[in-house]
Ligand binder design. Structure first.
Ligand code: MRU
Length: 373
C-alpha cells in the first residue's frame, strides 16, 4: 500500500473542533465531523504532554500509522479506538478509487503493523474488517463509509462505557486513607476516556475517598511522569511522583497498601503484558505482601494465547534508552536492551478488575467465567 502523503499534522484552533483541555473528562481520540467533507481523526499529541496540549488531525493513513508508532496516541484501548477511526481516514483518502471492501482489508493489514503488543489494536481492526465483510458487496462508497463510521463510534463508545464499569468495580478496592502505586499511564489518555487503572481511582475520588497515588516515572518514555501525574493532579487526587527504583522503599515503609496497573494483553491463564517495569513492581508487591491488581476491559484479553510466553513483545529503538527527551546522556554506540513491555505471571496478580467484575483468584476458570467465553 502506498497511501498519498498529504498535509502535515495540523494544530486546530477552532473552539468547536477541539475539546476544552481543562475539562475534567479527558478525551484523547475522537472523530471530528467538522474536519473535511467526511470528518477526520483527531488526537491529543501525547508526546508533547504535559507542557503542551496540542491537537493533531490525521487525514492520511500514514499519519495514523505514525501517530500509533510514535506514541502520539498510546495505551491499549486508545490505540484500538484510533485504529478503528484510522480505517475511515484510509477510506476517505482512497475514496472511490476502487472497491471499498478490498481497501478496508488493506488498510486493516497496514495499521496492524504499527505496534505488536496491545491486543486492542487487532481486536478493533478485526471488528472493522468483519463489519465491512458483512455489508452488501454492491453498496456505494458513501453508504459503506457511513456504516463503518458508525461501527468505529460504537467501538469508542463501548470503550468509554467499559472504563466507567471498571471504575465502579475497582473503587471499592481503595480504602479511605490508602496509598496506591501505579505504573505507566492507564488513565483517560490511554483509553477513550476515564481510563482503567486510573478509573478505579477516579471513581473512589468521586465517592469522596481520600488516598494518595505514588506514580512511577516509567522509563524510558516517562508515561508516568508526563501523563499520569498530570492526569491525577488535574483531577485533584493527591499525587506523588517517584523514580521507578523507589517503589521498594515505599512498600517497605508501608506507605502503599495496593498496586493498580493497566494491561496491554492478558493471556487465557491471566499472565499480563504491560509496560516494562510492571513485572518488577509485581515482584516487589509480592515480597511485601501488598495486593497487586491489573485493571482492563474484556477487549484486552486474548484467550487464543495460553500463557504469557505467547504474547509478542515490542522492542523499540535503542535511542529511547540512551535519551531522556531530546538529551542523549549515554554513549551513542552503547547497545541497549529496549523491550517496551514485560509479562507479569498470573501467580503475582491478586485480581483483575474488568468491566464485567473482579477476577479473583486469577485462574483460567475464573477468567472464562467472567468473560463468558
Ligand atoms: O507504550 P504505551 O504507552 O502504549 O504503553 C501503555 C501501557 O503499558 C498501559 O499500561 C496499557 O496500555 C494499559 S492502558 C489502559
Amino acid at each position: 500500500m502506498n497511501p498519498r502523503r498529504t498535509p502535515n499534522l495540523t494544530m486546530l484552533g477552532q473552539a468547536e473542533a477541539v475539546p476544552d483541555p481543562t475539562r475534567q473528562v479527558l478525551r484523547p481520540v475522537w472523530w471530528n465531523q467538522g474536519a473535511g467533507p467526511r470528518g477526520a481523526l483527531q488526537l491529543i499529541d501525547q508526546t508533547l504532554l504535559p507542557n503542551d496540549v496540542q491537537y493533531i488531525t490525521c487525514v492520511t493513513l500514514q499519519q495514523v500509522w505514525d501517530a500509533i508508532k510514535t506514541l502520539q496516541v498510546r495505551g491499549a484501548p486508545a490505540i484500538g479506538v484510533a485504529a478503528a477511526y484510522g480505517v475511515l481516514v484510509g477510506l476517505d483518502e482512497f475514496y472511490e478509487i476502487d472497491d471499498w471492501r478490498f481497501r478496508t482489508r488493506q488498510i486493516c493489514d497496514f495499521l496492524a503493523t504499527s505496534r505488536p503488543t496491545a491486543v486492542n489494536l487487532f481486536w478493533a481492526l478485526d471488528r472493522m474488517r468483519r463489519k465491512a465483510e458483512a455489508l452488501p458487496a454492491g453498496l456505494e462508497w458513501e453508504a459503506a463509509f457511513q456504516s463503518l463510521l458508525i461501527e468505529a463510534h460504537a467501538i469508542r463508545n463501548e470503550d468509554a462505557a467499559m472504563c466507567r464499569a471498571i471504575g465502579a468495580v475497582g473503587r471499592d478496592l481503595i480504602p479511605d486513607g490508602a496509598g496506591i502505586i501505579t505504573h505507566c499511564n492507564a488513565g483517560a489518555l490511554a483509553t477513550s476516556e476515564y481510563g482503567t487503572a486510573l478509573a478505579a481511582m477516579y471513581a473512589a475520588h468521586e465517592a469522596g475517598r481520600k488516598f494518595r497515588v505514588f506514580v512511577d516515572e516509567t522509563r524510558p518514555l516517562l508515561q508516568g511522569a508526563r501523563l499520569t501525574s498530570w492526569e491525577l493532579s488535574r483531577a485533584g487526587i493527591e499525587t506523588i511522583l517517584m523514580c521507578d527504583n523507589m517503589a521498594a522503599v515505599i512498600l517497605a515503609q508501608k506507605q502503599a497498601q495496593l498496586v493498580i496497573v493497566g494491561a496491554d494483553r492478558i493471556a487465557a491463564n491471566g499472565d499480563t503484558a504491560n509496560k516494562i517495569g510492571t513485572y518488577g513492581l509485581a515482584v516487589l508487591a509480592a515480597a511485601h505482601s501488598v495486593p497487586f491488581y491489573v485493571a482492563a476491559p474484556v477487549t484486552t484479553f486474548d484467550t487464543s494465547i495460553k500463557d504469557g510466553s505467547g504474547i509478542p513483545i515490542e522492542f523499540r529503538d535503542a535511542e529511547e534508552i540512551r535519551r531522556v527527551g531530546l538529551d542523549r546522556f549515554a554513549p551513542v554506540e552503547v547497545p541497549c536492551f529496549s523491550p517496551a513491555f514485560d509479562v507479569t505471571p498470573a501467580s503475582l496478580i491478586t485480581g483483575i478488575i474488568t468491566n464485567k467484575g473482579l477476577i479473583h483468584p486469577v485462574t483460567p476458570d475464573r477468567i472464562r467465567q467472567i468473560l463468558g467465553r
